[in-house]
Design a protein around this ligand. Structure first.
Ligand code: BDR
Ligand code: CA
Length: 317
């Protein structure tokens, strides 16, 4: 990192967000677009939550509403080996029925090439925030095995730490959808992989209950209104599932990329991904005893400060 003198603003973090853009993915994009510590160099889209073209639309809409534009690249339209599995039941269309106010198009269709190009341009500096299935990242590793070594830090929203899943009892959605991709990524030799889990981290530290949503609604800014509307389907689904409110793992992951001090406790583990099991497809096995750890797990996050930060960004426009 370049050193800064007192009074000089710190260098912004070159960032890519790889996303299956719906609901909380949109809010993660807002973090990358608005937080002054971020230099959002690209958004890469991967098959996941909702229809692929809807996801592209949602990313472009989020940028339109934020009044900021980063390059958008489309990537894998399906997992490496499996059929696509959506989460439309959780997110609806991911933006509460809103539509782009005017024409907007992605900037390219080679997300994998762009990830590799940016890793060269920012060799040893690039931070990648992966908040969907890991297909694009796995393809980047396959196309250029040195890609992993050039990325400074990879933050992954995925898996549960030997705990419950959400799409099956054993697996979290992002890993379940493309377990082969997740397996490729955790073995690729990224120097610094940070895991934001579904259970326990998200379920404890990244749930917004009705009172929190109400305090966002009270802001009555364009972005707060967008948040409430795009979040409504997830809120209803998660609340009905007994989670106490809507879940925000993706925006927490983006916030952690810019402010690692939001992680109050971390621990190193060896992570392996189940690709063969019938009942356990996509289960994440975290070995706390291994002497060859490959990931750092965020065990506890400052949920209150994360919420306040996101609310502050939504207040800004
Ligand atoms: C993850 O799956 C998606 O539905 C969310 O955006 C998040 O990335 C939670 O399992
Ligand atoms: Ca996501």
């Amino acid at each position: 990192m370049t050193a800064t003198s007192p009074g000089e603003p710190a260098a912004r973090i070159p960032l890519v967000i790889d996303t299956d853009t719906a609901a909380d993915d949109c809010f993660a994009l807002l973090v990358g677009l608005i937080d002054p510590r971020a230099d959002l160099r690209a958004v890469t889209i991967v098959a996941g939550n909702v229809g692929f073209d809807q996801q592209v639309h949602n990313a472009l809409l989020t940028m339109q509403l934020a009044g900021r534009r980063s390059p958008v690249f489309t990537g894998a339209r399906r997992p490496l080996e499996r059929d696509w599995v959506d989460a439309v039941d959780v997110h609806g269309d991911g933006v509460g029925g809103l539509r782009l106010a005017g024409p907007a198009e992605p900037d390219g269709d080679d997300a994998v090439g762009e990830l590799i190009r940016l890793s060269r341009e920012h060799d040893g500096e690039l931070v990648v925030v992966a908040i969907g299935p890991l297909t694009n990242l796995a393809l980047a590793v396959r196309r250029d095995p040195e890609f992993a070594h050039r990325v400074r830090r990879l933050l992954v929203m995925g898996g549960s730490v030997n705990a419950r899943g959400n799409i099956t009892p054993a697996a979290e959605y992002n890993v379940y959808v493309d377990p082969e991709a997740a397996d490729t990524v955790v073995r690729a030799g990224f120097p610094d992989v940070v895991i934001v889990s579904w259970d326990p981290l998200t379920l404890r530290d990244a749930v917004f209950d009705a009172a929190r949503i109400e305090r966002i609604a009270e802001l009555d800014t364009e972005l707060a209104r967008f948040f409430v509307r795009a979040n409504a389907a997830t809120f209803a689904f998660d609340a009905a599932a007994g989670l106490g409110g809507s879940t925000h793992p993706d925006s927490l992951t983006a916030a952690l990329a810019l402010d690692p001090s939001l992680a109050l406790e971390t621990r190193r583990y060896r992570l392996d991904v189940e690709t063969a099991g019938e009942l356990t497809r996509g289960a994440t096995v975290f070995d706390w005893r291994a002497d060859d750890p490959n990931v750092t797990v965020v065990e506890r996050a400052d949920g209150e400060r994360f919420y306040a930060h996101l609310r502050g960004l939504l207040a800004s426009r």
